[in-house]
Design a protein around this ligand. Structure first.
Ligand SMILES: [Cu+2]
Length: 113
C-alpha cells in the first residue's frame, strides 16, 4: 500500500514540474504610455539563454509591443489589441522591446547570458 501511495505522489509532482519547464514572461503595453516585461511580477533584466513563453497583453490601439534581439523580431500590431503568445528561444545577447510609434519614451531591454 505504501508503494502505491508513493507512486501516486510522484506522478502528481511530475506534472507541475513538466509545466514549469518553459518559463513564462509577461509583456504589457498600454493602456497608458507604458511598456513592461515581467516574470513573476518582477521586471525582467537578465535571463538565462533558453526557451520562454512570452504572453503579450496589448491593451491599446495606439501602441505595439516589438521585441528584437539575436534571432528574434516579433511584434504585435499597433491597431490591434488582445493577448498574443510567442514561444521563443533566446540566445546570449541584448534584447530590446519598444512601442514603435513612441520608441523614445516606451522602451526596455534585458540581457541574456
Ligand atoms: Cu506607443
Amino acid at each position: 500500500m505504501k508503494l502505491v501511495a508513493l507512486a501516486v505522489l510522484v506522478a502528481a509532482l511530475a506534472v507541475p514540474a513538466a509545466l514549469a519547464a518553459t518559463p513564462t514572461l509577461n509583456g504589457t503595453v498600454g493602456p497608458g504610455f507604458t511598456i513592461t516585461l515581467t516574470q513573476g511580477g518582477k521586471k525582467v533584466s537578465k535571463l538565462k539563454a533558453g526557451t520562454y513563453v512570452f504572453k503579450i497583453a496589448d491593451k491599446s490601439t495606439i501602441h505595439d509591443f516589438h521585441l528584437t534581439g539575436p534571432g528574434v523580431n516579433k511584434k504585435t500590431t499597433v491597431v490591434g489589441q488582445g493577448t498574443t503568445t510567442w514561444k521563443l528561444t533566446l540566445k546570449k545577447g541584448t534584447y530590446k522591446y519598444v512601442c514603435d510609434p513612441h520608441a523614445s519614451i516606451m522602451h526596455g531591454a534585458f540581457t541574456v547570458t
